[in-house]
Design a protein around this ligand. Structure first.
Ligand code: UDP
Ligand code: MG
Length: 233
């Protein structure tokens, strides 16, 4: 079995090596490939890819350089197209999510109970960061709206940790350029009637000062996407 880890990277010079180290520290009992999609970084991140390949010579990397910044959705579309794994996960390049959660995230798929697993920041895991109230409300509102239109009962639609079987990835046909990709994936999974599971995950949110890029405008775009992918496509 092959596990594909798709990492969208936009100006993440400070964390790229660290997140890769954390990914490689986890043994999920499968071969793995790392798909790095650089989404037009301008902070020097692009100089690091050659070092990445020499630092971890035994790992399989596929590196795609987008000519200009297009957004996380475009990066995922390019990344998914390069995956060859039986199971695919999205891994953000910052340090908010913990690759140590991979074995638990993969379990429902490997047991053939699920086709899709979402890692939820908001359901029981033994310890989690207390996050900003309004940020959480934004997440809750988008998840609620998405649930109402997809008839799912997710607790964290916007999570980065989405684990997808190959068959699911092949049906997605993504069109969102930016962060609206999260509701788009969710709507298409719901429409595909795939078996969806959720697993509580660790989360250590970063602030805008630390490089967080999503804003309330992305929240509005996500809201629009929830409706668009339910009713128009
Ligand atoms: N990202 C990207 N293109 C963009 C914005 C973000 O590829 O235009 C990447 C970013 O480097 C990170 C992931 O998408 O790996 C999520 O971005 P961020 O952490 O800023 O979003 P948030 O944590 O707010 O969801
Ligand atoms: Mg992040």
């Amino acid at each position: 079995m092959l596990f594909s880890i798709v990492i969208p990277v936009y100006n993440e010079r400070a964390t790229l090596f660290e997140i890769l180290s954390r990914v490689f520290a986890v043994d999920v009992g499968m071969d793995r490939e790392i798909i790095l999609v650089d989404d037009g970084s301008t902070d020097g991140t692009r100089d690091l890819y050659a070092q990445v390949e020499t630092k971890w010579p035994n790992e399989t990397f596929k590196i795609k350089l987008q000519s200009v910044n297009k957004g996380k959705g475009a990066a995922l579309r390019a990344g998914f197209a390069l995956t060859q794994g039986d199971v695919v996960i999205v891994q953000d390049a910052d340090l908010e999510y913990d690759p140590g959660d991979y074995p638990r995230l993969l379990r429902p798929i490997l047991d053939d109970r699920a086709d899709v697993v979402y890692g939820s920041r908001f359901v029981g895991n033994d310890c989690h960061q207390v996050v900003e109230f309004w940020h959480m409300m934004g997440n809750r509102a988008l998840t609620l709206m998405s649930n109402m239109l997809t008839n799912l009962t997710l607790t964290d639609m916007e999570t980065c940790y989405k684990v997808l079987r190959r068959e699911v990835v092949d049906t997605l046909d993504l069109s969102s350029q930016r962060f609206a990709v999260e509701p788009e994936i969710t709507a298409k999974i719901a429409r595909g009637k795939w078996r969806v599971y959720e697993v509580g995950i660790n989360y250590a949110g970063r602030s805008y000062g630390e490089g967080k890029k999503i804003t309330w405008l992305d929240g509005l775009a996500a809201l629009w996407a929830i409706f668009r992918f339910r009713f128009l496509q």
